[in-house]
Each structure stands twice: as C-alpha cells, then as structure tokens.
Design a protein around this ligand. Structure first.
Ligand SMILES: Cc1cc2nc3c(=O)[nH]c(=O)nc-3n(C[C@H](O)[C@H](O)[C@H](O)COP(=O)(O)O)c2cc1C
Length: 199
C-alpha cells in the first residue's frame, strides 16, 4: 500500500501543556473521548518524556489549552526542554491544583484523574476523567497547523548574533551550530537531517 505520510498532518489538532506533579510538556495530541457530566479526554505522550513517567506515578494530569496569543517562549520552554533538568514553570504564572501546575496565560485548564492507559510501541495514551476545569479567558485556541505556519516568528529563530540555526520543519526544534551532523536526529520528533532547514 502506498503511503503518503504527510496526509497525517491534515488531522487538525490543538496546542496544549500536559502537566502533572514536577513535570510538564507541550502536546498536540489531546482529544475528547466522551462528553458526559464528567467528560473523558485522552492525551498521547512519548515514553521517553519525563511527563509520561510522572503521570504514571501520580495518576493525575492537567491540560492547559494554549491560545493564538501565547508567547512563543512558552512553547520553547515546555516543548524543547525536559523537566528532568529544569522547572519549566519557574518563569511563568501558574495555578496549583493538588501539586499539579497549570499555566495562567492559557485559555483555561482541564484537571483529570487518570482512569486508563493504552500502550503502544513508543507512546502511551492516557485517558483522564475531568474532575475540575476553569476558563481563564476567551481567545482563539491555537491549532498545531497554526503553530506550523507561524513557528519561525513564534520561536523567533535568531541568526543575527553570528549563530547559524537549523530548524526542524516537522516540529520546530532549533539546532544552533555551523554544521548539522549527518547522523543528527531531532530530539523532539525523531526526524533526520533532511527535515532541517538552515536559517
Ligand atoms: C509543537 C509540539 C508538539 C508536541 N507534541 C507532543 C505530543 O503530543 N506528545 C509528546 O509526548 N510530546 C510532544 N512534544 C514534545 C515534548 O513537548 C518534548 O519532548 C518535551 O521536551 C518533553 O518534556 P518532559 O521530558 O519534561 O516531559 C511536542 C513538542 C512540540 C514543540
């Protein structure tokens, strides 16, 4: 069967921060599973990410929904770093729910109790029952497609301080350096050197 892999990018998705105690990361894989009185949602998280390990440990997570007004630094901080090394909320205002931080500069949050985990080769799908939620503001939610179209300006890829940058065309990860090694693999999405564009 012929595979045109880029058709997968036509699946519209949003932009979020998935958080749990001591860990948080950018995700674009949140879905509503059911819209009951206590709705169920799912989020898909790579097994290499610290947030995956910590959701399994804490059995709860929150989703902060990002709007088109979000500062690109938030995406860099939460999407291109690991909570194993930094506290990503250090520079941002947050609300804390039972030790789980949510971003105040988001459209709002869904706070969930973990009810199920689906295992796939590389990712887990975490299913959560929404036990609390709050809207902080009304604004247009950011889609992953919007992020893709605006990632250069959002991430403000700087090349004017004598640094050369290579940007991953799949996820936006920025590599600074004069040459990109032939065997370079994007630490975020696993794309190879061919997916990178020199700025
Ligand atoms: C636009 C964008 C979308 C992302 N979507 C996901 C996702 O859906 N699931 C996931 O596991 N990681 C996703 N990531 C990657 C994580 O945010 C990233 O690996 C992060 O550094 C993990 O942090 P942690 O180790 O603190 O959990 C995405 C990153 C970006 C920039």
């Amino acid at each position: 069967m012929e595979k045109e892999k880029d058709i997968i990018r036509d699946i519209i998705s949003g932009m979020f921060i998935a958080s749990t105690n001591d860990s948080a990361c950018i995700v674009d894989t949140v879905l509503q599973v059911s819209s009951d009185k206590e709705p169920l949602i799912s989020v898909c998280i790579n097994k290499n990410n610290y947030t995956n390990e910590m959701i399994k440990k804490n059995k709860k997570f929150a989703i902060s929904i990002l709007g088109n007004d979000i500062n690109g630094e938030v995406i860099k901080t939460f999407g291109f770093n690991t909570s194993r090394e930094i506290n990503k909320f250090d520079d941002y205002d947050y609300l804390e729910l039972d030790g789980v931080k949510v971003l105040k500069d988001s459209l709002g949050y869904l706070y969930c109790e973990l009810v199920d985990i689906v295992d796939t080769n590389t990712h887990n799908i975490f299913i959560g029952k929404v036990i609390d939620s709050k809207r902080f503001k009304n604004f247009e939610p950011m889609t992953y497609q919007y992020y893709q179209e605006h990632k250069d300006e959002l991430l403000k890829v700087k090349t004017n301080d004598n640094k050369t940058a290579y940007v991953c065309t799949l996820c936006g990860y920025i590599y600074y350096g004069e040459t990109l090694p032939d065997d370079f693999i994007c630490p975020i999405c696993g794309a190879g050197k061919d997916a990178f564009e020199r700025q």
